[in-house]
Design a protein around this ligand. Structure first.
Ligand SMILES: C[S@@+](CC[C@H](N)C(=O)[O-])C[C@H]1O[C@@H](n2cnc3c(N)ncnc32)[C@H](O)[C@@H]1O
Length: 223
């Protein structure tokens, strides 16, 4: 596991100006993002021109980052948090005025059944699965995988469950910010589940940034 250190050049910085009307707390958290969960190591796993489905998109920072890079064709984000989605829509509307492509849309969903009935080039799950109750995690992951088209890929990133001290830091972070005791699933378990469903591991990586540990997994679906 490498320690990537802080890179102020994280691509998320490109999206910040589009959130200038967002609540102060949101802007503070977004600004701290490169210290906690950088997008820099993840962007390269999204093929240019992809149609992307981002599950648990929150305020849309990931899709907005890809949007400002003009890296994707379309982006659809879903989340259970209506307030976060409102912030995402405002930022996307501002981006659309400056840069008509790509089209970014955000839908409020309460269950898997609300997700669109289509498949995408890329499905991303970034720091979401640990928010799902353990009994539902496999089903949630399965549903995300079903939305990947044959030949497409799932870009999965989550906070690391090891080393223990870093996992504790992640847990405290979520307890304070989300008021939720989160449940990590091991990245190897995620990899095994997807391999059993015609997935081929393209990339697996773990890194640390400060007290936070990260795990990235990129899995392609066989045609
Ligand atoms: C730590 S945030 C990550 C947000 C975003 N992916 C990012 O990286 O900036 C986790 C997000 O997952 C969302 N979430 C939790 N349970 C969900 C569910 N069942 N369906 C969709 N989103 C969910 C939360 O509302 C929150 O926005």
């Amino acid at each position: 596991m490498s320690d990537t250190g802080f890179s102020p050049a994280d691509p998320a910085a490109r999206a910040y100006p589009f959130y200038r009307d967002a609540h102060f707390m949101f802007r503070l958290i977004a600004r701290g993002r490169p210290y906690i969960c950088p997008f820099e190591p993840i962007v390269r796993w999204v093929p240019p021109g992809a149609r992307l489905f981002d599950i648990g998109c929150g305020s849309g920072l990931w899709l907005m980052t890809l949007g400002t890079l003009n890296h994707i064709e379309t982006g659809l984000g879903v989340d259970t948090n209506a307030r976060a989605l409102q912030i995402a829509r405002q930022a996307a509307a501002r981006l659309a005025k400056e840069e008509p492509r790509p089209t970014l849309t955000f839908h409020h969903t309460t269950t898997i059944a609300d997700w669109p009935d289509e498949q995408f080039d890329v499905v991303s799950l970034i720091d979401v699965l640990h928010h799902i109750p353990p009994r539902n995690q496999n089903e949630f992951l399965d549903a995300a995988w079903r939305h990947v088209r044959p030949g497409g890929r799932l870009v999965y990133k989550d906070m690391g469950s090891a080393p223990k001290l870093h996992a504790l830091a992640n847990r405290l972070h979520d307890l304070i910010l989300s008021r939720q005791l989160v449940h990590y699933i091991s990245v190897d378990e995620v990899a095994e589940q997807l391999k059993a469903s015609h997935g081929v591991i393209l990339h697996q990586e773990a890194w640390r940034r400060g007290v936070y540990a990260h795990e990235l997994l990129v899995v392609e679906k066989c045609k």
